[in-house]
Structure formats: structure tokens, C-alpha cells
Design a binder for this molecule. Sequence first.
Ligand code: 3HC
Length: 283
Amino acid sequence: MAIETVGIVGAGTMGNGIAQVAAVSGLKVVMIDLAEASLVKGMATLTSSLERLVAKEKIDAATRDAALARIETSTDYQHLANVDLVIEAATESTELKVCILKQIEASVRADAIIASNTSSISITALASTLSDASRFVGMHFFNPVPLMPLVEIIRGLQTSDVTVQEIRELTSRFGKSPICVKNAPGFVVNRILVPMINEAFFVLTEGVATAEEIDAGMRLGANHPIGPLALADLVGLDVCLSVLDVFAKDFGDPKYRACPLLRELVAAGRLGRKSGQGVYRYE
Ligand code: 3HC
């Protein structure tokens, strides 16, 4: 089966980025969210990202217009009835994802593939809540989706070879490079990246240096494109915290304890760029 139509559940940072990449790659896209307002916001972000790419001459105006024309939005899961693949990109909560995956499975064709863009939740455990676990796979994109070349393809214990192969081919059509990884908390990239971000919050808490100095240190001393605290703001502090909480629970190792400052900022609603303030303030 060649994947030609993709459903995306969740119009937030990751969902609208995935929708953009899929539409630019020539696929028809149905983007679903609970609220119409979230769909409007997601489409606005996606449109301004396409504008930036046109302004930088990475794509032309005709490609932008064709991509936008391929995207349909809806609050109704029934619109997923004819898609070949659904990518779930909702908030990082096991209960919520299980609930959404069940709704997706009830709405799609029996041969459609279902993928989750989870950052850290077990693909094997999510798969086991579906009646056909072999068609379920992890498809983990990186923020900002239009720019980051990697997709981690995560194989749950039940994922079939055919499913992995289809997703591998689609990832290449998206112009992205896949790595295939086994199911494990945080997979590969977040397992390494998020503890580094957490450590930056401990360094900040201890007053070892200011946020700007910590970030400059990692940019200039380790050649990272942005510092770990600015990266936390880009990823979302709530996402970083939920990844750490999954690590703490699933590994049972205290080294993954989330920094109290990170927890405090999330409790205050300072989630990073998306809320206008995280470690830093944004216009
Ligand atoms: N859409 C289109 N273009 C965009 C864009 C977007 N969403 N965001 C940035 N750009 C473009 C800008 O227009 C600019 O173009 P130019 O180079 O042609 O002028 C270019 O990207 C650089 O943007 P900026 O000058 O604003 O900022 P930076 O130089 O800092 O680059 C970045 C931005 C590419 C995001 C860079 O900071 C970076 O690579 N950061 C690290 C990102 C990263 O590590 N992501 C992974 C996070 S982990 C994750 O997502 C997993 C999850 O599960 C937690």
C-alpha cells in the first residue's frame, strides 16, 4: 500500500509541523483536533512557517499554495475514514493517547497504519490497547518539524515488518532520515537530550551561572545550535517534564528526577515559547 492520505490528530506544535511536511511532500492531509480554535491556530502557525520557507526561497509560492490546498481540518474523527495512515500527535499523557488511539482505530479502515509521535511513552504498551497491534508504530519527529531532518521509527514488540517498511519509505518521501530503534523509554534522542536539559535547570537552580551564560556555554563550548534552556523553551517545558517523569517511573532510577525549578515553571504555566514565557520571555 502506498501511503497517499494521512490523518494527523493534534494541531499543536508537532501536529501542525507534521501536517506541513506531509502536505509539502504531496500527501493529502486531514488534521483533527478537539476544538476549532486549535485548528485555526495550527493552520496559522503552519501558514507562517510556509511563508518563511518561501521568503528564504526554500520552496516557491506554487508549492506553498498546493500544500495548503491539500490540507483539510476537522473536529470529527469520521473524516479519518479513508486515510492510509494516522499520526497521533496529542499531549504527552498515556490516558489521553490511549483514548485517542481507540477513537482512531474505530474510525479508520482495517488496513490503515496508526502511528504515535510520543516523546517517551512505551509503543509496546500503547499498541496493546489496540485490537491490531501489528499496524501500530512510533514515528517520532523533532521540533521544529519542517527543519529537523530526523524521524525515529520505533518498533513495538508487536509491530510488523511491513508496517516498519511502509513508514521507512514515507519518512524518505518526507525528505527526512529515519533511524529504526527498539521500544525503550525516550527511545534514543530524548533519552540523551532531556537529561541534559534537566541538568541545565539544576545548574541554573544552584546559581552556577545565569540562563544566558549556561546557554552560551553550550553553544560556544559544545557547538549546540541553541543552548539547553532555550531548547527547553522550544520543546515545551511541560513536554520535558513529562518525559522525565516517564523516565523516573519506567527506569526507577533517581538520576532522572526532574529538577524542582522545571516543575515549578510548568505549574506556573510558563511552558516556553508556546505560552509566551518559559526560562525566557517571548514577544
Ligand atoms: N518553519 C520554517 N522555517 C523556520 C522555522 C519554522 N518553524 N523555524 C526557524 N526557521 C528558519 C528561519 O527562518 C531561519 O532561516 P535561515 O537560516 O534561512 O535564515 C532558520 O530556520 C534559522 O532560524 P533562526 O535564525 O530563527 O534561529 P536558529 O538559528 O536558532 O535556528 C533552529 C533555529 C533550526 C531551530 C536551531 O535553533 C536548532 O537547530 N535548534 C535545535 C533544535 C532541536 O534540537 N530540536 C530537537 C528538540 S527535541 C524534540 O523535538 C523531541 C521532542 O520529543 C521533545
